[in-house]
Design a protein around this ligand. Sequence first.
Ligand SMILES: [Zn+2]
Length: 129
Amino acid sequence: MRQKKQGADGEKKTSLPGSSEVAGAHWLTERKCPECGKSFCVVDMEAWAYKSKEKALCSWHCMRAVEKRQAEKAVKRRIGSVERVQLTKEQVQEMTAMAEQGKGWAEIGRAFGVNAQLVRYHVQKAKVK
Ligand SMILES: [Zn+2]
């Protein structure tokens, strides 16, 4: 089953005449990247792609770094002591393969007799390496 992708590219954002240029430099805000400390300018915070929560970051690279850290922190909080359960590399590989086949975390967890959050944690951790 194929679906034609539409909307994302087909639709144009409504923009005011002339707004494509940096008219009014007053909405140019200089910010400091909380990740690397570099100064950069945000023309339009709404349209700024590199942000994490309400903080603007200078680049995709920094955004990824922050997101990765936050995701790891969040998962650690959630699974707590479960994290200490050790899985072999082979188990993680198998879990990853199952996830790629579209199996849910809970289903994979049941197959291995572990917590679904743990499965997710290890599969995602393996992926970012
Ligand atoms: Zn940065």
